[in-house]
Design a protein around this ligand. Structure first.
Ligand code: K7E
Ligand code: CUA
Length: 665
């Protein structure tokens, strides 16, 4: 007890020293001795640190946590978190250790500040995510994944999945903008994505709820025969920074509900692993007196881990051993099974999480209804498959490996282990949902958890600094909690989620900050060293961010014009403090209008916006950016158009008129 007081006491001493130093540098009374004697630093003339702690009811541990997370103005965080925005469909960018929100990247859902989805070129990206003729403008985002080089984050791209509508998006970290959305033509929902292979050759997306491939109507009575899972390997073209749909392919999977996926690395490079539940193939039917899927899918003691040799699958695909379904080349189970490209091994009851260790030698799987983390030995799996040592086959002819012979071990973790991340010292950190703890254990010697840290409350995913790469940093971990209960001011029955930052530098894990997530349920997130991400500050004048090139319709100062061709009107416009040129546009009802606007600004953080009242047109014009907005002038009347960003003292004056003359009757 005494010792502890001493240890944390030293943190307070550090704060006193730190504040005294700050006082010397900044205070106008610099150098005055009596100032330092009071020990007040910049904390205020009357309050000493002890008084302040008393007044705010802070313990020494609180002060130490504050010291570890406080970011003085102008100083930058050490890490970025790229967090799934869950049902918001967008990505949250957060700084660590301050846990300050830095950006919300518009991805699947229109984001009005960024002018994302309101008439500009971003609409074309959103269109890419339509499923058939269905325009989808939201997502249930689960797993963001940063691009990797040799198994390490390279800070170039971010990939995210949409569980509800089976889509994957590509975000370029040069400007933190979404560049592409691809729609899965085979599956109706996804979950095991978006996970990248160690050099980002592929972005993996595996389905969640089985459905006929291509989503045709098939009655549920034919579930076993016609419903399927799938794994798409989206080919990523790094040069172009886009997924190349034509070079992408898929695997047919059995209709066990595939859950999470991870790509192998180092020793297991060339392989991928997908866990699943519902080997029972339950389909519910509660009105007919059948058990709900919840219990129907929890009958068997074992479900299946899917093991995919994707390097070999790629060869078979290139050799034309595929069937084309909904435009996608699919390697069917009657080829992949006998070729040993797809094999199964048992997994204890209702598994969740599927996390390859940093050395690539093992795969760790949690069990929602099991108390263990199960650690599979990749070398053993590979050997058994090479020797075709299957203990049995599933109804689809897929070989099932002998469970016990694939294991490195199992570790008793607690109630409801889910996901696992790693540090740089051979430790694994597993989120334990029911018990609401982070369990720390060694994946080298499978010791019982060496430590458990209570978190508030009911942790889902877990993330650590570069904690799923070949070289984790340790240092920080975040518990991504599903419930916040009493942690924050009440805001009605829908509570924020709670990110809790954990300091890993000491001997024990230490909770040092809470952050409410008010815009949806984040599932996974990743944390990358900030200096690996190198965003641009301004665009080269006339750049279209969606092509990355100078736009053919870009406008130079002095070349603004309005061109009419029949009922087609093209407006070539520029924006610069504090006016649009032209600032009067008159068209006729029914005209097809395109406004091409280039920001002529070249200085950092000098953003304009452009909107036309009532026309649902709104774009953001960062310096140098070019946008094209096409719409039908179907609403006659008088519409002010203006800049939506407070850009200068005369920002309010940055306006004009868009007039639509009614058709003569
Ligand atoms: Cu929420 Cu990764 Cu979709 Cu677990 S998943 S928590
Ligand atoms: Cu431009 Cu306000």
């Amino acid at each position: 007890m005494r010792k502890r007081t001493l240890v944390v006491g030293s943190a307070v001493a550090a704060l006193v020293i730190a504040s005294a130093i700050a006082g010397c540098e900044n205070s106008p009374t610099n150098g005055k001795v009596e100032d330092k004697k009071q020990g007040s630093g910049t904390l205020g003339a009357s309050a000493s640190l002890q008084d302040l702690m008393k007044a705010r009811n802070l313990s020494e541990a609180d002060v130490e946590a504050a010291l570890k997370t406080y970011m003085p103005t102008g100083k930058h965080d050490e890490y970025y978190i790229f967090a799934s925005g869950g049902q918001s469909g967008n990505v949250n960018v957060i700084g660590v250790p301050s846990m300050r929100m830095l950006k919300v990247i518009g991805v699947f859902t229109p984001e009005s500040w960024q002018g994302w989805g309101f008439g500009g070129d971003g609409d074309k990206v959103l269109e890419g995510g339509n499923q058939g003729n269905h325009k989808i403008r939201w997502a249930d985002m689960h797993h963001p994944n940063l691009s990797e080089t040799k198994g390490d984050y390279d800070g170039k791209y971010l990939f995210v999945n949409d569980k509800a509508n089976a889509r994957v998006a590509v975000i370029d970290l040069a400007d933190f903008m979404t560049k592409q959305i691809v729609a899965n033509p085979l599956a109706a929902s996804d979950h095991g994505g978006a996970f990248v292979t160690p050099d980002t050759d592929y972005v993996i997306e595996t389905s969640q709820y089985p459905a006929p491939l291509g989503r045709d109507y098939v009655p549920l009575s034919e579930y076993k025969e016609k419903y399927r899972g799938t794994a798409i390997f989206w080919k990523f073209d790094r040069q172009k920074g886009r997924i190349d749909v034509s070079k992408s392919w898929a695997l047919e999977l059995p209709p066990y509900t595939q859950d999470l996926a991870d790509a192998g690395k180092l020793d297991s490079d060339g392989w991928a692993f997908v866990n699943s539940w519902n080997s029972e193939m339950a389909t519910g039917g509660t009105l007919q007196g059948k058990p709900a899927i919840e219990s129907g899918s929890s009958q068997n003691d074992m479900d299946y881990l899917h093991i995919i040799n994707w390097k070999k699958a790629e060869e078979l695909v290139n050799a034309g051993k595929t069937k084309t379904i909904a435009g996608m080349r699919v390697l069917m189970m009657d080829v992949s099974g006998p070729e040993g490209v797809l094999a199964l091994v048992g997994q204890p009851k209702s598994p969740h999480g599927c996390d390859v260790t940093p050395d690539g030698k093992a795969i760790v799987v949690g069990g929602k209804l099991d108390t263990h983390a199960t650690i599979y030995d990749f070398a053993k799996i590979k050997q058994l498959i090479a020797e075709k040592k299957y203990e049995s086959k599933d109804p689809y002819g897929l070989g099932i490996l002998p469970f016990k012979e694939t294991l490195q071990g199992q570790v008793e973790i607690g109630l409801g282990p889910l996901h696992t991340v790693y540090d740089d010292k051979g430790n694994a950190f597993t989120s334990v949902f029911i018990e609401s703890v982070v369990a720390k254990w060694s994946y080298k010697d499978f010791k019982k958890p060496v430590e458990k840290l209570k978190v508030q409350y009911n942790i889902g995913h877990i993330l650590a600094a570069e904690g799923d790469t070949v070289s984790p940093d340790g240092k920080y971990l975040v518990a991504m909690n599903k419930m916040s209960m009493d942690r924050f001011l009440p805001v009605g029955p829908l509570y924020p989620q709670n990110f809790q930052l954990v300091d890993l530098t000491g001997e024990k894990m230490r909770l040092i900050a809470d952050m409410p997530l008010p815009n949806a349920e984040p599932h996974y997130s990743q944390m990358i060293k900030a200096d690996k991400v190198k965003p641009i500050k301004v665009y080269k004048p006339g750049t279209n961010p969606f092509t990355g090139e100078l736009d053919p319709a870009r406008v130079e100062g002095g070349k603004e014009k309005i061109v009419r061709n029949g009922t087609k009107v093209d407006v070539y416009m520029t924006a610069i403090r504090s006016h649009f040129t032209p600032d009067q546009i008159e068209v006729e009802e029914g005209d097809d209008v395109t406004i091409h606007v280039t920001s002529l600004e070249t200085s950092e953080d000098m953003t304009h916006g452009f909107t036309i009242d009532l026309y649902n047109i709104n774009v953001s014009l960062e310096p140098g950016k070019h946008e094209n907005m096409s719409f039908k002038a179907d609403m006659p009347g008088t519409f002010p158009m203006y800049c939506t960003e407070f850009c200068s003292a005369l920002h309010l004056e940055m306006q004009g008129y868009f007039l639509v003359k009614p058709k003569r009757k």
